[in-house]
Structure formats: structure tokens, C-alpha cells
Ligand binder design. Sequence first.
Ligand SMILES: Cc1cc2nc3c(=O)[nH]c(=O)nc-3n(C[C@H](O)[C@H](O)[C@H](O)COP(=O)(O)OP(=O)(O)OC[C@H]3O[C@@H](n4cnc5c(N)ncnc54)[C@H](O)[C@@H]3O)c2cc1C
Length: 545
Amino acid sequence: MAERYDYIVVGAGTAGCIMAARLSEDPGSRVLLVEAGGSDRSLIIAMPGALPFVYQNTRIGWGYRAGPEPYLDGKTIDEKAGKVIGGTSSINAMIFNRGNPMDYDGWAQDGLSDWDFAHVLPYFRKMESFADGPDEWRGGDGPVHVTRCPAAHPLFETFLRAGEQAGFPITVDHNGYQQEGMHIAQTNIDKGVRWSASRAYLRPAMDRPNLTVMAKTMVKRIVVSNGVADGIEIGRRGSSRIISCDREVIVCAGAMSTPKLLMLSGVGPADELNKHGITITAEVPDVGRNLQNHPGVDVQFGTAFEDSLTSQLTAPRRALIGAEWLFRRKGLGASNFFEAGAFLRTRADVEFPNMQYEFLPLTRRLIKDKLVPVPGFQVWMDLSRPESRGAVTLRSANPADPPLVIFNTLQERQDLQDIIDGVRLVRGQLLRQPAWEKYKAEELTPGPDVTSDRDLEAFVRAHMGTSYHPCGTCRMGADEESVVDPEGRMRAVSNLRVVDASIMPKEVTANLNAPVMMMAEKIADRIRGLPPLAPSRASYYMRKQ
Ligand SMILES: Cc1cc2nc3c(=O)[nH]c(=O)nc-3n(C[C@H](O)[C@H](O)[C@H](O)COP(=O)(O)OP(=O)(O)OC[C@H]3O[C@@H](n4cnc5c(N)ncnc54)[C@H](O)[C@@H]3O)c2cc1C
């Protein structure tokens, strides 16, 4: 008998786990979830403090590199993405941020009228169980556990106090009424364990008879006949086969792999497909375009005072941390270390905080070509809504080859200026406060001599990194040029939907996991024909200019 499903979900990542779990709630729907990576049942994935090991593990990531970046002197940049059940939610840093309400109101102003804050808030509430309890903004009984970090290390408190002394507000819940200001971070960590999309949604659904999960299976192309998606071609253990689909193929392969897969299926810009000899099934010029990210840099400080986490992470102590986590799910092993942060503005003419800061109470210094932990701390900063745009294209027609990813980071002058001003805000405002006095902090990078715009520009171009938030490559919109419509449906191909970070029309002021979850929850309801959740009347903070 031919293998047939009602829905085929490609990619068991953040969005894919939610789609598969929600669609299989209807017992009459046969759902197939296909994932290139393998099992996520691993201690390093479950243990938040093992994050550095997760980052180094090549078995659970795609190993993509972006670039050469034309505005960063041809530099290539590591651009991680999870290749494992749970996708990038299984390898990410677990920081939970929803974004600024104005991000979504901006989407609505661009035509996506039911993606404004009032319409997305009910889905953010639906998906979460916030440990501090529900209110108008927060959810109390969803599958995604969100907790406020203990932030017990004294440096976190110092960071917050210094921000206050510099005149920035402290916000009690940056995922509630007011995002802007200094905050104690919130995470997808529950009882000491990473709360990935797999743990929240997929594992509880695994025993359903109408859900099939195929791991270690690469989708090579979507089968499109006469403008209709009717199946997928998979590669498994060296052979290929076609699986058919009666209702929809839902692509959730992430912002870099989704456009690649569409192009391999003949859906994309004609010139790109012709270049690689791929037969065009639907010409869609914008597939792969509009690529955005959150680029950023670290500002690092050494301290005379041995009071940073660095001293608690020596090899013998690390063994104790591992043991404490293993037996009690407590201690530093239960932390992602990013326990405080801030959303701030570097200029008065933006309505939203254009810079996100993440504070880490430890740092490392390059000594004789080796990164050595030293007493100190560092502040990561990234641009919330950069103006530069890049693209994902193909390296070849071979599904095994990675896509060509070029962000064009710092193409726009404003992005460069914002990052330079962001560095100045840290050293000139956040650090120049009485709260730091006892630490006698000394700037390690960029370094006290790097002060002019020119020198800071050189520093930023040389050290520019990423928060790993690619998005936008299959833009959702109400206009005919957009790749997908406001419900994620491909305009040019029937029975084909995209639901993942690639459909975000514009970056949001947040790490992307929670926003992608919200999008998946909202679109899953549309596919199932459920009535949309009633828009919220909750207000939100807007600073007076
Ligand atoms: C290192 C890192 C740290 C991060 N930290 C945070 C954080 O702290 N907080 C936060 O909110 N966000 C964070 N993010 C970002 C966030 O996790 C992602 O934006 C989000 O998970 C993207 O979800 P997605 O569904 O779009 O894609 P993914 O979760 O990446 O899912 C795509 C899935 O599709 C699979 N796939 C791809 N191609 C194929 C194919 N051809 N066949 C079969 N399967 C395929 C992949 O293996 C993957 O499982 C981080 C990202 C990274 C890389």
C-alpha cells in the first residue's frame, strides 16, 4: 500500500514539533513528522549548564557558516542551527523573550492585520506556563515552561543597580507590560532541565497512533505537480523514496534550510534555479531574500576582584557542578548563565529598544592564541531590528550541500552606528556607575584606547558575531509579492505551507524561539479550522519621546 498522510511536517524543530503535536490532536488526521537529525535524549541537551558542549557538538548541528560577508572584509561567521529532534530549541541558549509589542503592531501596519500585538498575545499566553503565575499578559497552563532566573550571583545585581544608577528603568516583567529597561532574564528551563519544543510538545504526543516521527531522514525535495504539493522525496539509509500527502506539506526546516529545500523543489527565483539546472515548478522571486539576523559584539571587562563565575568553573568544580545537576537538578548546571539583560535605546528617534544586552558574569581573554578564562564579566549586545538585508541561495543542486548564506551585515550605515553607540552606552553609561566601584573593572575589549568612531568601526567589523536568529527568507505578507500569505500558505503552490522563522517579515526585538512558537500555535489553529483566539485588550508600555 502506498505510504500516505494527511499532513507531512518537514523538520522537527521549534515550529515543527508544535505543528505535529497540534495537528495530531485531531485523531482523524494522519501526521508524519520528518527530521534530518536524531534523538534529543542526551544529558548535554537536557542540562542547561552544558551549553558549551552542545555548541561544540557537530553531531547535533548543521555546521553552517555565513559569508563571505562583503561588509565585514569577507569574514565568514559561524551560524549554528540544530539538526536533532527539537531542532534549534534543543541547542539554543534557552533565553525566553517574546519581543516588543510594537514589533507585531509594525507587522500589522505592513498589512498583516491579524498579527498585531492584540492578536498574537493570546497565543503567547496559550503556549506558556509562567512560573510566577498568569495575568493579563502571561499564561498559566501552556506546554512551554518559563521561569525567572534566580540571578543569585552578585554581579547580576550589580549590573541591574548600575543600569538604575545610569537612569534606566528596571522592568519587573520584560515579557509583560514593559519590555524596555533592565531585567532579570526568563528562560525555558524548568526544574533544572531545558524545556525545548520537543519536551514541551512532541514527547507528550509521541504515543498517538496517528503521529509518525521519522528521524535521521533528510527531505530532499517537495514533490510539486501542476502547482500542487502532493508529497516529499526522502533520503534514508542511502536510498530515496516518495511519500504522498493528501492535505498539506508544511515546511518547518528553519530560515536557512527552508528556502534551500524550496529551491531544490523548483520553487524560487528563476535565475537561481536555472543556474543550478533545477526544473522550475513555481517561480517565486522572493524565496531566500529578505534575510535578517541579530548581529552583535561582546564588550569584555576584567576585574581585580575574584568574584566572577570564572573562579567557580575550574575543572574540579565543573565535576561537582555536573554531579549536583545529575542528582538534584540544581546548582550552576541548571543555569544557562545569561541571567540578566536589558532592552535599551541608543537614540531618541526609535520607538522601540533598538539594542538588546545580555550580561554574563564571566569572561575569557586571548592569551598566546588561547582563550583563557579570567576574572571578569561581559556584555553581549545585538541590534534588535537591523536594516541590512541578505539572502539564502544555493551552492549546488545537491541536497547534501549547505546553502549559501550571506547576511550583508553592516551594509546599512545606521546598523554600524547603532552598534558603535551600543558599545558606548555600555562603557559610558552602564559601567561608569558607583555600583561597580569595588570591582575595579578594566575594559579588555574593545579596550580603553579604542575610542574614536573609526577605531570602534574597525573593532566592530573585525569582531562582529551573531545571536543566531536568521529569519525572513520566506516573507509572510498581505501583498502579492510575499512568499506566503498571512496564514503561511505558499502563494504560488497549493497545499504547501511554511511555518518557521523564515516567514517572519521583520526581525523582532527578542531571541526568536518564543516568537516562532507563537507563530506555530497560531497557524496550527488556522489549519485545524479552530476559531481564532479573541484579541487581547492588554495595554503595553510606550516611552514618551
Ligand atoms: C546557538 C543558538 C542559540 C540560540 N539561543 C536562543 C535563545 O536563547 N533563545 C531564543 O529564543 N532563541 C535562541 N536561538 C534561536 C531559536 O532557537 C531559533 O530561532 C528557533 O529555534 C528557530 O526555529 P525554527 O522552527 O524556525 O527552526 P529549527 O528549530 O532550526 O527547526 C528546523 C528543523 O528542520 C530540520 N531540517 C532542516 N532541513 C531538513 C530537511 N531537508 N529534512 C529534514 N529535516 C530538516 C532541522 O534539522 C531542524 O530540526 C538560538 C539559536 C542558536 C543557533
